[in-house]
Design a protein around this ligand. Structure first.
Ligand SMILES: CC(C)(COP(=O)(O)OP(=O)(O)OC[C@H]1O[C@@H](n2cnc3c(N)ncnc32)[C@H](O)[C@@H]1OP(=O)(O)O)[C@@H](O)C(=O)NCCC(=O)NCCS
Length: 173
């Protein structure tokens, strides 16, 4: 996947975030792991039992996670600090790992990461994006044009099953 730098001044409260999106490197793996856990523990307890969130995000970054970061992740950075993550499989259009650290939420970073992934997908001629949304984030994705209301069990790579909302977005034109 080509590394594309994008610097955006986001006109949002509470403070605009000046951030860049770049391809991740292996050294980002620990930050990506910590952001995933912090984001989930901040936003998901209203939708899932805490012990399930612990199983999902506990422990330390595995070699397999570091491999995935190095091979497939993009990161959003603010002043060189990793603030958010995202990834897309450009063969299938499957989006994953959309997490923003709580210190940087609600400043447009998540939406910008999604737009960036969509641009990559369009550049590859993909016709559809898909993802499995956490129950708490489905309205975030709906605001970006994704559709889907059904709750279905999602099986994580580590074997954890949790309720998610499968969602899709058609890419036209
Ligand atoms: C979901 C998440 C990625 C959003 O990131 P973010 O950077 O805070 O989102 P943005 O600031 O770009 O928000 C874009 C828009 O979505 C809205 N939004 C953000 N989170 C939302 C949520 N959980 N529910 C509804 N709307 C939401 C914002 O208000 C904003 O709307 P606006 O443009 O009208 O102001 C972030 O909250 C997160 O990491 N959540 C926890 C982990 C998680 O569940 N990830 C999804 C995995 S499938």
């Amino acid at each position: 996947m080509a590394a594309t730098n994008l610097t955006t001044m986001v006109p949002k409260s509470p403070e605009p975030a000046r951030f860049a999106i770049r391809k991740a490197v292996r050294a980002d793996a620990d930050a990506a792991w910590d952001i995933r856990r912090a984001a989930v523990m901040s936003e998901c307890p209203s939708a899932y039992p805490l012990d399930q969130l612990e199983q999902w995000t506990g422990g330390t970054a595995s070699r397999a996670f570091a491999d995935a970061v190095e091979e497939r992740f993009l990161v959003a950075t603010v002043d060189e600090h990793v603030a958010g993550t995202g990834m897309i499989d450009l063969t299938t259009g499957k989006i994953d790992a959309i997490f923003v650290h709580p210190a940087y939420m609600k400043r447009g970073i998540g939406a910008a990461m999604m737009r960036h992934l969509e641009t990559l997908a369009r550049s590859q001629g993909l016709r559809e994006l898909k993802l499995d949304s956490t129950l708490n984030a489905a309205s975030f994705y709906r605001s970006l044009g994704f559709e889907g209301d059904e709750i279905a069990p999602y099986r994580s790579p580590r074997g954890l099953t949790m309720d998610c909302v499968p969602m899709t977005k058609r890419l036209s034109g």
